[in-house]
Design a protein around this ligand. Structure first.
Ligand code: 5GP
Ligand code: MG
Length: 187
């Protein structure tokens, strides 16, 4: 696995620091007085890529919350560009009147967040905010308004810290690029 890494884009330490900062911002915005007693928080990580980000982030948000899950596929298998977002499964509970914070690993074309935001609104969420760890430097990604962004990165294919290639590399602690021989080998 280590041999396949081309470059470390964001090391573990820097990710941890930024996740802590995001948790503080989110806590300040979602503390009960801010929500005016109008409903509680549900965190919705987009599976599978957001699992590690969500695990690290929510343990630093000391507010009552429920967790809902949604599985979206847009980079199936060995794709390195979006093939169009599709909801594969959802386990969201009753969202009516709840404040929902959607978490995703990376904002690329915006298709995934747009799709899930509309699903959450249809289910009666009182508010829907979005947080992404990474945002790619491309016009489509900037067109979608997101409330919290961890890092803006160049428009390159990255893996690690939850992000995969063919469902591998999610367990790398850093966010990295892969050698071209790894990506090009697969169809
Ligand atoms: P979007 O729907 O915004 O085009 O893409 C978001 C989804 O595509 C992310 O949730 C992630 O699963 C996947 N994705 C986008 N860019 C990358 C990337 O550079 N690396 C990996 N591993 N997945 C990506
Ligand atoms: Mg994803």
């Amino acid at each position: 696995m280590q041999r396949d890494i081309d470059r470390i884009l964001i090391p573990q330490r820097q990710i941890a620091q930024r996740v802590g900062e995001l948790a503080k911002l989110i806590t300040a915005d979602h503390s009960p007085p801010k929500l005016n007693g109008t409903g509680e928080l549900t965190i919705v990580p987009v599976l599978t890529g957001a699992i590690i980000f969500a695990g690290d982030l929510i343990r630093q948000i000391p507010i009552a919350m429920q967790i809902g899950l949604v599985t979206v596929s847009s980079y199936p298998g060995t794709s390195v560009s979006s093939q169009g977002a599709q909801v594969l499964a959802q386990q969201l509970g009753d969202l009516r009147g709840r404040h929902v914070l959607l978490l995703d690993d990376i904002l690329d074309s915006g298709g995934t967040l747009r799709l899930v935001q509309s699903v959450l609104r249809e289910q009666g969420a009182a508010s829907v905010r979005s947080c992404v760890l990474l945002r790619k430097d491309r016009p489509a990604a900037r067109e979608l308004a997101v409330d919290y962004v961890g890092f803006d990165i160049p428009d390159v294919f990255v893996v690690g810290y939850g992000l995969d290639f063919d469902n591998y590399y999610r367990n790398l602690p850093d966010i990295v690029t892969l050698k071209s021989r790894v990506i090009e080998k697969k169809p």
